[in-house]
Design a protein around this ligand. Structure first.
Ligand code: LLP
Length: 420
């Protein structure tokens, strides 16, 4: 079900007019639908019913406390990649034993923090890291549960920047090498070696690469069993794609079915780390046209949002649908939709056919719930937008718009730099 719909030419989020929210909170802002978030989580999680599983929402996709709280209330765990994400998760109320921690460069202080927080498992990505976790756990008088993140060398057929399961990527330990690393790790005194993890990339729109990876993982699982290492947790990562334009990713039910079929052990607990598939289409960014300008053949619409607010088009040339918040049935034009930042890469769309619009009108940049706010910055000293959650006919500011004071928080001018 879609909770961003037009009624009488006005865009609604659930049962509230988006234009009414904009009038109250200003622009730009991120807007999330509570009903959509909840439904996406449930659909994904229910798809794995019937087997032991834990859905660990991937915090990097959207780390706002209210969003995390919502998923935690639905029974979610969290997939984190930094001490900062751990802090957020704990603030939102996660139980330590529902956290998995991935990432190629976990710092010692973050390892300590995570061990003290009693996380479920580290997904380790190198031999040095495995030894470091053993040392840190020993120092703290604890045992740390680990998985080795294996790199299965399958092509996820996605954008090269978000593909992670190929040999040439920096992630994980090559699957053929992993067996030996398991033997080494299993002899370390402060580790419980109980997991295999495997995340091959993001925005995957076919099931095949997941299956190919899992077949390789199954083989490793068997080899480990014969060597006396009993794996209890299989973490298949995230990566299921969504429709931005005309992609046809598999429904979570179909994805889950394929995984369940390929899994060959009922004693395993399956861990998933979905981000985009839950968040992506549950959020939009609302921005206002500041000016339009014609230059030769070209028409530019200059918005009050910019690449610092939503980086995906600039960084990956990603497509985001852009829709008017009010439909006026004007003539169609072809325009570049750009932000005010001093970079030619500051665009949301190029050569986009759309209804002509006027200054002060609102636009919705769709599918912006995942990797939107979390990748935003203060470039050009722009304050970051507020985030709003709609529930039925009410809206809630879940993060205030930054102020100029926020921009300089923590900055210090040393005394020797006297006033001019
Ligand atoms: N688990 C691990 C270990 C990951 O690295 C990622 C994403 C996920 C789970 C969640 O993947 P998802 O279900 O969201 O595909 N900024 C990029 C996406 C980067 C994804 C990084 N890793 C974008 O905007 O497209």
């Amino acid at each position: 079900m879609n909770h961003f719909n037009y009624k009488d030419n006005h865009l609604y989020c659930e049962n509230i007019k988006v234009a009414d929210i904009a009038r109250k909170v200003g622009t730009p802002f991120y807007l999330y639908s509570h009903a959509t978030l909840k439904q996406h989580f449930k659909v994904f999680d229910n798809a794995f019913s019937g087997i032991k599983h834990l859905t660990c929402f991937s915090v990097k996709a959207n780390s706002s406390l209210a969003i995390l709280r919502l998923f935690l209330n639905e029974g979610s765990g969290l997939d984190i990649v930094s001490g900062g994400e751990l802090f957020r998760g704990l603030r939102a109320g996660v139980q330590g034993n529902k956290i998995v921690y991935s990432g190629v460069g976990k710092r010692i202080e973050d390892l300590e923090y995570a061990i003290k927080s009693g996380i479920l498992m580290f997904n380790t990505e190198s031999s040095q890291e495995i030894h470091t976790i053993d040392e840190v756990a020993g120092r703290l008088g604890k045992k740390a549960r680990i998985a080795i993140r294996v790199n299965p060398d399958v092509d996820p057929q996605t954008h090269p920047y978000i593909s992670t399961g190929l040999k040439e990527n920096k992630f994980g330990i090559e699957i053929n090498e992993a067996f030996n690393q398991y033997l080494v790790a299993n002899r370390l005194p402060n580790l419980k070696v109980e997991g295999i993890s495997c995340h091959i990339g993001s925005q995957l729109t076919s099931i095949r690469p997941f299956e190919d990876a899992l077949v390789k993982v199954n083989k490793l699982f068997e080899d480990l069993k014969h060597a006396g290492i009993i794996i209890k947790y299989l973490d298949i990562g995230g990566g299921l794609g969504i429709t931005y334009k005309d992609e046809k990713p598999p429904h979570p039910d179909k994805y889950a079915l394929a995984i369940k079929k390929t899994l060959n052990n009922p004693d395993l607990t399956l861990i998933t780390e979905p981000g985009r598939v839950i968040m992506g289409n549950a959020g939009v960014m609302i921005t206002k046209v500041i000016y339009s300008k014609a230059a030769g053949e070209k028409l530019f619409y200059i918005m009050d949002a910019a690449m610092n607010d939503l980086m995906r088009p600039s960084l990956y040339d990603a497509f985001h649908a852009i829709q008017p918040v009010e439909i006026f049935h004007r003539k169609k034009v072809t325009a570049d939709i750009v932000g005010p930042i001093c970079e030619s890469g500051d665009f949301f769309a190029k050569g986009r056919e759309m209804e002509a619009c006027q200054p002060q009108e609102l636009m919705a940049i769709m599918s912006a719930g995942a990797y939107g706010f979390t990748m935003s910055s203060n470039y050009n000293s722009r304050t970051r937008p507020c985030e709003v959650m709609v529930k039925d006919n009410c809206f809630y500011i879940i993060r205030s718009r930054e102020t100029y004071e926020d921009l300089i928080r923590g900055e210090i001018i040393p005394d020797f730099l006297e006033k001019p």
